[in-house]
Structures are given as structure tokens and as C-alpha cells.
Design a protein around this ligand. Structure first.
Ligand code: KIV
Ligand code: NA
Length: 272
């Protein structure tokens, strides 16, 4: 299977919905890759991998390390890597330097950045210089200190109009796709109709051109998840049970058994 391309993703607007999941490690990328169109190395790794409260303290070093792992573990999906807070907002030159480092060190095809009209010049600057950019509008978790919470956006007419115009500005600046996160459903629908690039919803709308979830949420690795998460498995209790079974087998000496040892005859041994 040949790797999908950014222009191929951009052309998928209005077709079969795009499938995106986050991934942070090579092994998880291997498992998800064939099922997805895009793998996102999200700065959600701050919470998921590093135990941080928010994404604000995620660094470019973290994104580069995990981005490289996900590219090594995949051969089919387009890999996009989040630019973390503080590495692109100051302006086009800063954003270009950060994005170029991510592309160079990871081999990914695109970067994602959070924001609206204020970021349009930056998106255009990168796109014109060969760096594909995915936008991210609506609930933008890197701005949590300004937003004050993770509630759905676009409930007031003013906020609805603001986010819609932000989405248009990012699309017009050349974003090849955009995440639409945590907005009232009619807004996600309106954005999808208004912009020329595919929209990828999370807490968005089934009308979006694709969907994304944080893989650990989708697998049921977290106790508390937002309303928009569907758990396609319930892994946390299964991991707990496996750890308990391992601990019991170590403590009662049933692990390791004869077949798990080197240099022991493999025919039945006494007590084996
Ligand atoms: O960091 C992340 O996982 C994301 C997705 C939720 C879109 O940005
Ligand atoms: Na993110």
C-alpha cells in the first residue's frame, strides 16, 4: 500500500468520510495505520502519555520524538503532527522554523496548529513554502487559560459567527484540512458547507468530511471522557485484570512455567 498524500486528503471533501485517530507510539501506529487515512500525533500526548493537566506545557522535543515514532510505525496514512503551544503563535517566521524542524526530524507530511483569522498569514506563509498545514478551530485546548473550560463553543450568535469566519480564513489561507472541535452541531455543519477543505470533526457533526478521536479515549483507557467520545473498547479494566493475573502468577510461582524457560527439556517435567 502506497502512503496517501496531502493533496489526496484535500480532494476527499464530500466523499467517503476521512478516518483519523491520534497515535503517539510506533506500535500503536502499526495497529491503526491500515484503517486510517490520517494519523495525528496530537499534543494531547501531554495528558495521554505524560500525565500533564493541559497541553500548554507540551514541547517541540516531545512532538518530534513521538512524531518520528509514528512515522516509523506507519506506511499508509498521512501523518500530521501538532505544533505545540508557544512554537508558532509569534508569527510566520517562528512557525516556519518550528514546522520545518518537525518535518525534518519526523518525516511527517503536515503540521497542525490551533487558531483562526489571526493565524491566516502564518498558514499562507508555510503553505507557500511547501509545508502543508491542517487547521484547528472551535474549542482550541492550547487556549484553555483564556477559555476557562472545555465546554462546547458557538452557543452564542456572536461566537458562532466568529468561529465560522475563523474557519473560512484558515481555509482561504490554504489549509488542506481542518479539525473542528467541540462546537454546537449546526456550527460544524455550517463550517463544512462554507470551507473548501475537508473538515474533521471531534465533538462536531456527522456532516463533517471526517472524524477524529484520541485513541486512548476510543479504547476506553480513561475513566472520564467527554460526551463526544464513543468507547469502541473498554481496555482499562482489561489491563487492570492482566496486571492482577501477572502479579498473582509471580507471587504463587506459576510464572514462569517450564515452557517459558531456556535450557529445560520441553517434555513434561515434575511440577511443570
Ligand atoms: O491533540 C489532539 O489529540 C488533537 C485532536 C483531538 C484533534 O488535536
Ligand atoms: Na491537539
Amino acid at each position: 500500500m502506497k502512503r496517501l498524500t496531502v493533496p489526496g486528503i484535500a480532494r476527499a471533501k464530500g466523499g467517503t468520510p476521512l478516518v483519523m485517530l491520534t497515535a503517539y507510539t510506533a506500535r500503536m501506529a502499526q495497529l491503526l495505520d491500515a484503517h486510517c487515512d490520517l494519523l495525528l500525533v496530537g499534543d494531547s500526548l501531554g495528558q495521554v502519555i505524560y500525565g500533564l493537566d493541559t497541553t500548554v506545557r507540551v514541547t517541540l522535543d516531545m512532538m518530534c520524538a513521538h512524531g518520528a515514532a509514528v512515522v516509523r510505525g506507519s506506511y499508509h496514512s498521512v501523518v500530521a503532527v501538532d505544533l505545540p503551544f508557544g512554537t508558532y503563535e509569534a508569527g510566520p517566521a517562528a512557525a516556519f522554523a518550528s514546522a520545518a524542524r518537525v518535518l525534518r526530524e519526523t518525516g511527517c507530511a503536515a503540521v497542525k496548529m490551533e487558531g483562526g483569522a489571526v493565524l491566516a498569514d502564518t498558514v499562507r506563509f508555510l503553505v507557500e513554502r511547501g509545508i502543508p498545514v491542517m487547521g484547528h478551530v472551535g474549542l482550541t485546548p492550547q487556549a484553555i487559560n483564556a477559555l476557562g473550560g472545555y465546554g462546547a463553543r458557538g452557543k452564542s450568535d456572536a461566537e458562532f459567527a466568529k468561529i465560522l469566519s475563523d474557519a473560512k480564513a484558515i481555509a482561504d489561507a490554504g489549509a488542506f484540512a481542518m479539525v473542528v472541535e467541540g462546537v454546537v452541531e449546526p456550527l460544524a455543519r455550517a463550517i463544512t458547507e462554507a470551507v473548501k477543505c475537508p473538515t474533521i470533526g471531534i465533538g462536531g457533526s456527522p456532516a463533517c468530511d471526517g472524524q477524529v478521536l484520541v485513541v486512548d479515549d476510543m479504547l476506553g483507557m480513561f475513566e472520564r471522557t467527554p460526551r463526544f467520545v464513543r468507547r469502541f473498547d473498554d481496555l482499562a479494566p482489561r489491563i487492570d485484570a492482566a496486571a492482577a493475573a501477572y502479579a498473582g502468577a509471580v507471587r504463587d510461582r506459576s510464572f514462569p512455567a517450564a515452557a517459558e524457560l531456556y535450557g529445560v527439556p520441553q517434555h513434561p517435567v515434575a511440577g511443570g
